[in-house]
Design a protein around this ligand. Structure first.
Ligand code: GDP
Ligand code: K
Length: 281
């Protein structure tokens, strides 16, 4: 069975896309123990069983709101073969922050650039090839409303799944600030050489472990205690260097680095026309 999870901000068209792909096989229930709606579909396609899961719409992946916890835990624990990140293509600067967070989880990913019908009405242009290169994943323009790009989205998702067969984590490269990157490298070296981290690495991506350690994420540090891992001097030293350099806490530094990466990518790949700009002033 190929499991495909749909993740994105609220109202980006996740449900609509799943509806288009799955049609009558769609079932609506609740996530275990909570009243958050769960949409799932299972069907046969070219001799394979395909399962689609609609994750709750979220802006972030902290473990503190119910929706974010469901989305984050599903992706980490249930090992979907592909995560399709659905974005509103007319609102990329806002939507891609979550994309950066999803990438940190290190699962095979594909992007659905949804609302392409609206995107075209606005006369926006995206250099798709460059955008894909910078984002480090393939992206398919779709419109759930006009039934465009739907078949291609499913076919590409199956290819991404095939490419990553038998491996839990992808080898996607994160774009972060150069200084952060060098500090992350030191922490990664340490993790790779520590036996206690072997079971942790089976579950979490290297980027996720590293960033959560540097952010001193209370929730994640609590989980590490369960693996017998406590305070790590090398990490503390890295944290001190980052805070000293940026004069901000590490969580803020990483958040700004994600926004910076998104801004840089859009600056080089997205053109909003003069005409549409004038229309809105
Ligand atoms: P979800 O919260 O991500 O599941 O979003 P929904 O699937 O509920 O879609 C939110 C709204 O956007 C609904 O009114 C959809 O009909 C509409 N919608 C979804 N996809 C598209 C699209 O590609 N183009 C346009 N114009 N509307 C869309
Ligand atoms: K909705």
């Amino acid at each position: 069975m190929i499991k495909i999870a749909f993740a994105g901000n609220p109202n980006v068209g996740k449900s609509a896309l799943i509806n288009e792909i799955a049609g009558s096989s769609l079932k609506v229930g609740n996530w275990p123990g909570v009243t958050v709606e769960k949409k799932e579909a299972q069907f046969e396609h070219k001799g394979q069983t395909i399962k689609l899961v609609d994750l709750p719409g979220v802006y972030s992946l902290s473990p503190y709101t119910l929706e974010e916890k469901i989305t984050r835990d599903y992706i980490i624990n249930e090992n979907p073969d592909v995560v399709i990140n659905v974005v509103d293509s007319t609102n990329l600067d806002r939507n891609l922050y979550l994309t950066m967070l999803l990438k940190e989880l290190g699962k095979p990913m594909l992007m659905a650039l949804n609302f392409v019908d609206e995107f075209e009405k606005l006369n926006y242009k995206l250099e798709l090839k460059h955008f894909e290169e910078h984002m480090g994943m393939q992206a398919v323009p779709t419109s759930a409303l006009k039934n465009r790009g739907i078949k291609e989205l499913l076919e590409k998702a199956l290819l991404v799944a095939e490419e990553h067969k038998g491996q839990v984590h992808s080898k996607y490269e994160l774009r972060v600030d150069k200084f952060l990157e060098s500090e992350m490298k030191k922490v990664k070296e340490f993790i790779k050489n520590s036996d206690e981290f072997i079971p942790v690495m089976k579950k979490y991506s290297m980027d996720f472990i590293t960033i959560k350690l540097l952010e001193a994420d209370k929730h994640f540090l609590g989980k590490l205690k369960g693996y017998g891992i406590n305070k790590i001097d090398l990490v503390e030293e890295s944290i001190a260097r980052i805070e000293d350099k940026f004069d901000e806490d590490v969580e803020t530094v990483f958040a700004e680095s994600r926004y910076g990466a998104v801004k840089g990518i859009l600056l080089h790949t997205l053109k909003t026309s003069m005409k549409s700009r004038l229309d809105f002033t």
